[in-house]
Ligand binder design. Structure first.
Ligand SMILES: C[S@@+](CC[C@H](N)C(=O)[O-])C[C@H]1O[C@@H](n2cnc3c(N)ncnc32)[C@H](O)[C@@H]1O
Length: 353
């Protein structure tokens, strides 16, 4: 029998009660055989390795109101958490398009969603940047009833050290959502000018120590995430006031690390340009009365979404837009701390005159 022939795999060795390294979390990475373990991780307020927990699901369903026979787009498919919640509302006769720029996770999500019974007649998946949203229109029959975008990175991408998104684990300093396109962050640091790096840090992450960090990082050959983290720590040691209490110093250093990684990620993936192109194509891609919901995770994203929606409302292409962003409930923020920064904005396409 197949099970008897399978080679015995030794349990990963790790110290402490729970495995810390991504690659040691063998139970979380094999969820179909370890459901109870997954539940325990989620109850601890953590996200299991290789998974992503969808944010503001109830609020998004309330805003998008997906209905039978409708054609929708999930422009940031990720783990497919939101897609999985949207799809049952479209039956009978509806279809969801799901796109993602990440060619590594997309096939895994595709396999997972197909295994749940969502075949090609109801779920159309494409490896596509949402900046090219309008190219889907002929296939989608000319327009979408609703569009969802959940910006940024998924937990699978952040937690996998091989993708180079986190300073918490050692990995190549890459930060590309699509490793087949653009340059990794390590090359960017070598080729960028000091002035441009300062702008990247300030504009993409409001980094208050942008000048000191640009001086320390520009032109350097930094191959790994931990090397970059060590250099940021060193630069901050010199940049922070000498009398600062150690706990404050550590908290400020951690924030600078998060902001540096965020700023570089936005740059290597050209995220603001992609978001701008997506926002400008949206009205033409929504049917009259079509709904759009966008979840953003930092001020640079939220500002762009807010401005585009307000400009669309003034121009009469949107009939209504969110007066204020919707935030995850206190309960969701407690249960999933990764939701804490989320802001949800929505708009409704005006009927064509
Ligand atoms: C926060 S995750 C989405 C998680 C998803 N809503 C779920 O429930 O599993 C963001 C996803 O958007 C993708 N993404 C980011 N920028 C993109 C772009 N310009 N075009 C398409 N996908 C993009 C990322 O690769 C990532 O998979």
């Amino acid at each position: 029998m197949a099970d008897e022939a399978a080679p015995h795999k030794r349990r990963a060795r790790y110290s402490g009660k729970h495995p810390r390294r991504f690659e040691d979390k063998y139970k979380e990475l094999d969820p179909s055989h370890h459901e109870a373990e997954l539940r325990k991780v989620i109850e601890r307020g953590q996200t299991p390795a290789g998974m992503h927990r969808p944010i503001c699901v109830r609020e998004i369903l309330g805003v998008l109101q997906p209905g039978p026979g409708e054609v929708g787009l999930d422009a940031t498919l990720g783990f497919g958490g939101h897609a999985q919640e949207l799809l049952p509302h479209l039956a009978p006769g509806g279809r969801l398009f799901g796109i993602d720029v990440d060619p590594v996770e997309l096939p895994r999500t595709q396999a997972r969603l197909r295994a749940l019974g969502f075949d090609e007649s109801v779920l159309v998946l494409r490896h596509l940047n949402f900046a090219a949203l309008a190219t889907l229109l002929p296939e989608a029959g000319g327009g979408f009833d609703f569009v969802l975008a959940d910006l940024g990175v998924s937990s699978m991408q952040i937690d996998n050290p091989a993708r180079g998104f986190t300073f918490k684990a050692d990995g190549p300093l890459d930060l590309r959502l699509d490793p087949g396109s653009g340059q990794p962050a390590s090359s960017l640091l070598q080729s960028v000018t000091r002035q441009r790096l300062r702008e990247i840090l300030a504009d993409n992450a409001d980094e208050p120590h942008a000048a000191a960090l640009a001086a320390a990082l520009q032109g350097q050959y930094i191959e790994t995430t931990t090397e970059l983290a060590a250099r940021v720590r060193l630069a901050l040691r010199a940049a922070l006031k000498p009398g600062m209490p150690p706990a404050e110093r550590e908290a400020e250093t951690k924030k600078a690390l998060q902001r540096t990684f965020q700023a570089l990620r936005i740059e290597v993936n050209d995220e603001f340009a992609a978001l701008g192109r997506f926002l400008s194509q949206l009205p033409a891609c929504l049917k009259p009365g079509g709904r759009v919901a966008i979840l953003s995770f930092h001020s640079g994203e939220d500002r762009r979404v807010k401005k585009a929606f307000q400009a669309g409302e003034r121009a009469g292409v949107y009939a209504r837009v969110a007066p204020d962003p919707i935030r995850p409930s206190a309960e969701e923020r407690r249960a999933n701390p990764r939701s804490s920064a989320a802001k949800l904005r929505w708009a409704v396409r005006a009927p064509r005159s």
